[in-house]
Design a binder for this molecule. Structure first.
Ligand code: PFF
Length: 444
């Protein structure tokens, strides 16, 4: 059994930030802001990240580093002969579910790289770009093909253990993504009519806040930070005993939030300027962005670089998802890393086909009136991740207890941390109560 196939040498901040920063920030975040009333959603989102982001992330790191195992094995080890491993199993199932629809969108980034290289957007009207985007969905199998390519790439990296190399690139490429977003932001806010977009994002209309907005914000926060399903438990198991868990959690949370807000600053001013509805969902990113590039000096190159970076950001996230499943297969089912990767990838493809094809108009692939794609997204972000996170903080606060918490967070007393009492209080009382209330209110 090997625990060093992935990540033993990689910078944990780079790996965790690589998992966190992805399509969730640039694609899903603007969709959720647009569908949940703009500024009001952002306000709730920031509040949730501020109060729950660091405590939940820390809890996952603590479980992982303490146990040195995958999520199922970790709960088995830390609380033998109990029902807790169920939370680990839930995480593995959730990884399959997220992989299935996430890889659909990740596949689009590949299609859009090809389009960008072919200068396909040049001089086109918004309506044409939108039409081509929906035609692309209706081609069904073309989506599936790109999706499979993406899953294959992910499997290749996870199997080869070249994640180490990927993370090194990511360390350079992700700051580059921030720079490009800044450049795009400057272009977007100087477009005619951009003000309205900024005001949509930053002027909260608090009357728009209701249970559904709050649970969407909670789900988006957990999704974006990769929390609640064991990715960070798995990564925590690779963190060295002398790494500082708290500062890692703070850096990752800050970086992830910054990039999401930045994406909003690019998308909404541009969308309002071009007349794209903030509720346009997928079209918000895949139609608005090409329009911005069309209005920019050097837009051709920026467009290519942007979609390449987006694909890399997505890849570092899918790697983390697949790694959860692979670590589970290797350690609990005693498969070789090769077969674990093959099996995990095939499983993701099998479920993923339905996600991709369900976006075809009239495909009939719906569950309860929602496309299979949207249903997977909803079940994972709004149900499984909050439940997972709830039990994770309960586990650290009530089962592992204060002594273990203190040992992990101070590296056995080597680090001084004046706020450790406060963090423990949040993990033990505030976080579980807050998550439970939001979850119950949001649903019933
Ligand atoms: N956090 C990733 C993103 O924002 O794109 C998506 C993700 C990765 C969600 C890993 C959950 C996860 F476990």
């Amino acid at each position: 059994m090997s625990r060093d196939g992935f990540g033993s040498k990689l910078g944990i901040i780079a790996a965790a930030a690589g998992s966190a920063v992805g399509l969730g920030n640039i694609y899903r975040f603007p969709c959720e802001v647009g569908n949940n009333g703009g500024g009001a959603f952002l306000a709730v989102y920031l509040l949730i990240v501020l109060c729950l982001g660091v405590p939940v992330m820390l809890s996952e790191f603590i479980i992982g580093r303490r146990a040195q195992k995958n999520p199922v094995g970790a709960f088995k080890l830390l609380k033998p002969r109990s029902g807790w491993p169920v939370i680990g199993y839930m995480g593995v199932i959730c990884a399959f579910i997220i992989m299935a629809f996430y890889s659909t969108v990740a596949g689009w980034t590949l299609e859009y790289i090809v389009k960008a290289v072919g200068n396909d957007f040049q001089g086109k009207e918004l309506a044409v770009i939108e039409q081509e985007f929906s035609d692309f969905h209706n081609q069904g199998w073309r989506n599936v093909l790109w999706q499979f390519v993406f899953i294959f790439l992910t499997g290749f990296v996870v199997f080869k253990g070249v994640a180490d190399g990927i993370e090194k690139y990511a360390k350079i490429l992700m700051p580059l993504l921030v720079i490009i977003l800044l450049v795009l932001g400057v272009r977007a806010v100087t477009l005619p009519g951009a003000r309205e977009g900024l005001s949509f994002l930053f002027h909260p209309d608090f009357s728009k806040i209701n249970g559904s907005v709050v649970i969407s914000a909670l789900g988006q926060a957990f999704f974006s930070l990769s929390m609640g399903m064991g990715v960070l438990i798995t990564y925590g198991s690779y963190i060295k005993k002398d790494d500082n868990l708290t500062s890692t959690a703070i850096s990752v949370t800050l970086a992830d939030t910054l990039i999401a807000v930045l994406a909003g600053v690019v998308i909404f001013p541009a969308a309002f300027s071009f007349g794209v509805q903030p509720t346009a969902g997928m079209g918000l990113v895949f139609s608005t962005l090409p329009m911005i590039f069309n209005q920019m000096a050097g837009g051709y190159f920026f467009c290519i670089i942007f979609f390449v970076l987006l694909a890399v950001a997505a890849l570092t996230s899918t790697i983390s998802l697949l790694e959860v499943i692979v670590a589970f297969f290797v350690e609990e089912w005693h498969l070789s890393r090769r077969w674990a990767t093959v099996l995990a990838s095939l499983g993701c493809m099998a479920l993923g086909v339905f996600a991709s094809l369900s976006l075809k108009s009239g495909s009939g692939l719906t569950i309860g009136g929602m496309s299979f794609f949207d249903r997977l997204d909803m079940v994972s972000a709004k149900i499984l991740l909050p439940i997972g996170a709830l039990f994770i903080v309960i586990f650290v606060g009530w089962i592992m207890g204060k002594k273990t918490f203190n040992e992990e967070i101070t590296n056995e007393g080597k680090l001084k941390l004046s706020v450790k009492g406060a963090i423990y209080f949040i993990i033990k009382y505030l976080a579980p109560i807050a998550i439970a209330i939001i979850f119950i209110k949001g649903f019933f």
